[in-house]
Design a protein around this ligand. Sequence first.
Ligand SMILES: NC(=O)c1ccc[n+]([C@@H]2O[C@H](COP(=O)([O-])OP(=O)(O)OC[C@H]3O[C@@H](n4cnc5c(N)ncnc54)[C@H](OP(=O)(O)O)[C@@H]3O)[C@@H](O)[C@H]2O)c1
Length: 278
Amino acid sequence: MRVVITGAGGQLGRSLQEAFAGRELLPLSHADLEVSDPSVVGGLIALKPELVLHAAAMTDVDGCERDPRRAHEVNGLGTRWVAEACRATSAIMVYFSTDYVFDGHRQEPYAEEDPPHPINVYGRTKLEGEVEARSILDPDRLYIVRTAWLYGPGANNFVEKVLRLAAQRESISMVTTEVGSPTYTEDLSRAVRRLVEQPQYGIYHLTNQGACSRYEWAAHILQLVGMVDYPLHPIERYERPAAAPPQVILANTRAAALGIRLRPWRQSLADYMAHRDG
Ligand SMILES: NC(=O)c1ccc[n+]([C@@H]2O[C@H](COP(=O)([O-])OP(=O)(O)OC[C@H]3O[C@@H](n4cnc5c(N)ncnc54)[C@H](OP(=O)(O)O)[C@@H]3O)[C@@H](O)[C@H]2O)c1
């Protein structure tokens, strides 16, 4: 099976390449493919993909808030072009979406069928990508995988940022008012591989089990490297351009019904820490 991966240089893209090893892989980094350019449709068609794992996105949440037009071009329109290429080649598409399609103003976990209500540009444009893909592709050609708080290979993730800051500063502060599920890209990628081996398409929530605040997450990271006495301060607010949903826990109901379950987040984090390059 010919598998195209967009955003192949990103953290999820890199883990997907490992999880799908053994297939005929065509990993496309940003240098290979600019998804906001409509010519991407012809370029992808020429590759004759059977499966497209669309992980490319503008993921800088504050950057999206500052430049909503670019976020729309990449996350919304970019997904349209990729979906059009999938339609033309009858390829199956996996679109990676986000917990930020929800506003986070509720205590209970969100199910796949709950109505989205994004509160920032990143969430709105990722939802736009969902709408584009659903409007272009038949339901039996599309998986939408909503995930959250990703970390994986590469230095551009929360875990590495916390460790960098702790090495550079005398103390750091983290919010207690943002709650989510840290998710290891390797676990997610293996789950996606199993997901596409079965024909029940549609929306899936896929995260590691459990949830914590950003503060608890940072505390656990520091604990794993033995920095238990490092001064980490809990704060309620952090001034930044984009509003963050206060608490999004994604109920992984549909995947669980297929027997696909990711590990508890603490186990995965320990695994990542034991194998990280940094
Ligand atoms: N990170 C999270 O916490 C999180 C949470 C929920 C869902 N997701 C979704 O999961 C997917 C993967 O995220 P990730 O964490 O792996 O992000 P990432 O590490 O930022 O990777 C995204 C990749 O997309 C590329 N890209 C950006 N703009 C592009 C464009 N216009 N054309 C082509 N490629 C472009 C980036 O290249 P450059 O770096 O060169 O720009 C990068 O290699 C995304 O769809 C994201 O929305 C992420």
